[in-house]
Design a protein around this ligand. Structure first.
Ligand code: GLN
Length: 231
């Protein structure tokens, strides 16, 4: 049986090569002899069952293009997230999982409400390299968002910011980790830059504690050098 990776809104939500996350997951699975099917899911389509669901980032314009469809998919998204399926959502894709996004020009975009958080746009964008401490090690990425995200107290952030802005530039939180759903502002794409995060996502999707080693010395060298450069 092939591992099923769903890419939600690949046309609209794909900034800074976020699709590289899907390629990275696929390659790391194939290196361990898994067969992988990547399935694109667009507007107006149902979300079929999956092993990993990926949503990339998008500008405000793209978010207003998908907003109605996100509301239609709200129940499905909520169901998958709360039943513990593995999800990775980046920046605008991460914002889609929350209750609403109020743009810097005060336009309110109602979103899925799958998780208890909201995002409000600030005039000054949060831009640059970000490094944060997570339960899986230090994660490095690139962020560029106007939205400041505030997560409810009962939600765990994915990490604590070491350098950069993260969720809002105020409370040192970065992203969200709820059951097996990972939300983060880190573009990059984030997974090729952080192989341990890619493997954590794969382990959760496959429900295994360990994965066979693969030759990823170069990826780890790159990760370490980016972390030390940006901290
Ligand atoms: N539209 C969002 C913002 O600017 C997300 C941008 C992104 O995905 N990089 O906050």
């Amino acid at each position: 049986m092939a591992v099923k990776i769903l890419h939600l809104y690949p046309e609209e939500m794909n900034l800074y090569g976020d699709k590289g996350n899907v390629i990275c997951l696929k390659k790391r699975l194939e290196a361990r002899n898994y067969k992988v099917d990547v399935i694109n899911v667009g507007m107006g389509e149902r979300i079929p069952d999956f092993d990993i669901l990926f949503i990339g980032g998008g500008q405000d314009k793209e978010m207003s293009i998908v907003r109605r469809d996100v509301r239609r998919k709200a129940e499905e998204l909520s169901y998958y997230i709360h039943s513990g399926k593995t999800v990775l959502a980046i920046c605008g894709g991460y914002q889609l999982l929350g209750e609403y996004y109020k743009t810097a020009s005060a336009q309110v975009i109602e979103l899925s409400g799958a998780l208890p958080f909201f995002t409000e746009g600030a005039k000054q964008r949060l831009i640059g390299n970000v490094v944060f401490e997570s339960p899986f090690g230090k994660i490095v990425g690139f962020e560029n968002h106007s939205g400041k995200t505030y997560i409810a107290n009962e939600l765990c952030p994915l990490g604590r910011v070491i350098s950069g802005f993260g969720n809002n530039g105020e409370d040192s939180t970065e992203g969200v980790l709820y059951k097996n759903t990972f939300g983060t502002y880190a573009h990059g794409p984030v997974l090729p830059k952080n192989p341990m995060l890619a493997d954590e996502i794969i382990k959760r999707a496959l429900q295994v504690n360990e994965l066979p080693n693969i030759d990823d010395e170069l990826e780890n060298l790159c990760h370490n050098s980016l972390v030390s450069r940006f901290t």
